[in-house]
Design a protein around this ligand. Sequence first.
Ligand SMILES: O=P(O)(O)OC[C@H]1O[C@H](O[C@H]2O[C@H](CO)[C@@H](O)[C@H](O)[C@H]2O)[C@H](O)[C@@H](O)[C@@H]1O
Length: 362
Amino acid sequence: MVISDTQSGLAMAIAVAMTESALFPPVVPLVSRNRYFTRKKLLKKLEANGNGARINALLDSMRASSPTRRPTDTEDHNSWILHHPSALNMFEEIMRASKGKQIVVFLDYDGTLSPIVEDPDRAFITTEMREAVRDVAKLFPTAIVSGRCRAKVYNFVRLSELYYAGSHGMDIKGPAKGHTHRKGNQTVLCQPAREFLPMIDEVYKALMENVKYIPGAKVENNKFCLSVHYRCVEEKKWGELGDQVKLVIKDYPQLRLTQGRKVLEIRPTIKWDKGNALEFLLESLGYAESDDVLPVYIGDDRTDEDAFRVLRERGQGLGILVSKTPKETNASYSLQEPSEASYAVPQTFGGVEEAVRTKALE
Ligand SMILES: O=P(O)(O)OC[C@H]1O[C@H](O[C@H]2O[C@H](CO)[C@@H](O)[C@H](O)[C@H]2O)[C@H](O)[C@@H](O)[C@@H]1O
């Protein structure tokens, strides 16, 4: 069997997830922690102050969350990678860790399965990556967990055998009939923020109106949440953009503002995030309290931290952060970027299949 680099890379990451001794190495202080905490504090302050927070805090936070503004210190990076080793170098430990466990795979979309690009509507998954995900889903229950609207992420991925959790987990749907890994045949569906739909639509329209004068700004309707993109906005206009967003949402205390990669996100205040989505899916699959499950979550953004944290709290499974720069994270392992797949070794799929076979023989 000829295996492409992308397939082996993704599978390698999954395979690494099966490593036992790899689970949750201790969290250690980072050289780059201060900078990270400054950014975190800024956002916390912003969130704590609600919609009336000082606009400077938002602007500072937008600036601080743009890693391209500062080249990564080699020392910082080396220290970080020591504690979050590359998921690609851990193949040896696969078999041992996977023994007797059901692996469940969770994949973020943007920045994980697709590279970050300027136009959010053109963040396509490659054919190779789609094939890799398809292959992984043949072996394990597999879910895509994204900030995007579920329908949009489905249109990119187009694999009906997967679980999809859109709107940061607020819109979950199971695979098409005939593909389910669950016992029983009920459709999995979870939409905990339904009542917010009219409000989100209203705010979407207001945001479109308010930011249309800012060149490069883009508002994306993710159904149960909204994204205001500033990747293509000149930095000197970021303050104005933040101003406009805060102006709109100040009348909606039921909505909160969070941040992603050059994006401001507006979402309901309900306590539901990617971590809850992960737990919901594990429960739907029948693994709520099980010790025999190994959830693997691969993601790149701060919203993925909610899922990494759940894994850490469960003391089960493995988080892999896709990031080129050191970041404070609850993930145990790292990958540099989606295309790092090309560093992987071809025998990985063999390893995954072997692990599955071992399990089947037990
Ligand atoms: O949870 P995810 O699947 O990672 O989605 C998070 C956001 O991803 C998208 O925005 C990001 O990717 C864009 C395309 O590469 C990029 O232009 C943007 O700057 C990034 O923030 C998506 O467009 C958002 O709606 C998602 O919330």
